[in-house]
Design a protein around this ligand. Structure first.
Ligand code: HXC
Length: 234
């Protein structure tokens, strides 16, 4: 497959996708999200791949959804065209682990994309934020759902309502990222984690990912009910 707005490569059994719209700080448009989804699904279907990494540039993981592209959308366009749901969430259907290696800005849709990955390793120059409020809109791809679950209501409200950025130290303290490393060690650290995951039993890795995501995304009562199938009252 050939791509225009991303690059892909492999290191051992790790599939690496690099967002590649440097002039726009990796602003996320339809084409980029389609390419990202195709690349991740391709790696997911490849028996030689055990884990994936999504990364950006030193200056920006992604500075958000493409503001220019969104400017002309009407509500009817967005609703009938299934904007966001159509292709942004492909990453959530990937069953093998996906690590976000984040340096620089991860704002708006960029922060949301990082949160859609299974965990985030951040460089010490990373900055996370949901600045949509400054544009008169609200986070539209998980910023009002995944962010509060990751960092708690207080910090999520603070970020969504003020639009302020969180640096890497605060993001690690708040639980948004799993590790912070110097910028020049970011890919080594992410690759080390990914290669370690590749050493383990793939079905166990996939099951662990699925269980954590079900616990994170579902209610505890739903999990309890799932263990009692068929339901007691049937
Ligand atoms: C389109 C973008 C962009 C974006 C940056 N650029 N962010 N283009 N969409 N989200 C472009 C700029 O227009 C500029 O293009 C180039 O990238 C470099 O940006 P600068 O502003 O010159 O760089 P700098 O001064 O270093 O500032 C970096 C920045 C700033 C702080 C990240 O660019 C910024 O605030 N960007 C917008 C961040 C944002 O609001 N994100 C949320 C978007 S809404 P030119 O052509 O002028 O050189 C969103 C909704 C998601 O994500 C939910 C789904 C609906």
């Amino acid at each position: 497959m050939s791509f225009e707005l991303i690059t892909t490569r492999t290191e051992g059994r790790v599939g690496i996708v690099t967002l590649n719209r440097p002039k726009q700080l990796n602003a996320l448009n339809d084409q980029l999200m389609n390419e990202l989804g195709q690349a991740l699904k391709g790696f997911d279907d490849d028996a030689d791949i055990g884990c994936m990494i999504v990364t950006g540039s030193e200056k920006a993981f992604a500075a958000g959804a493409d503001i220019g592209a969104m400017a002309k959308y009407t509500f009817a366009d967005v609703y009938s065209g299934d904007y966001i749901t159509r292709n942004w969430e492909t990453i959530r259907s990937v069953r093998k682990p996906v690590i976000a290696a984040v340096s620089g800005f991860a704002l708006g849709g960029g922060c949301e994309l990082a949160m859609m990955c299974d965990f985030i390793i951040a460089a010490d120059n990373a900055k996370f934020g949901q600045p949509e409020i400054k544009l008169g809109i609200i986070p539209g791809a998980g910023g009002t759902q995944r962010l509060p679950r990751a960092v708690g209501k207080a910090k999520a409200m603070d970020m969504a309502l003020t639009g302020r950025m969180m640096d890497a130290t605060e993001a690690e303290r708040a639980g948004l990222v799993s590790r912070v490393v110097p910028l020049d060690k970011l890919m080594d650290e992410a690759l080390g984690a990914a290669l370690m995951i590749c050493e383990y039993s793939l079905p166990s890795v996939m099951a662990a990912k699925e269980c954590v995501n079900r616990a994170f995304e579902g209610g505890l009562r739903v999990l309890h009910a799932a263990r009692q199938w068929p339901p007691a009252d049937h």
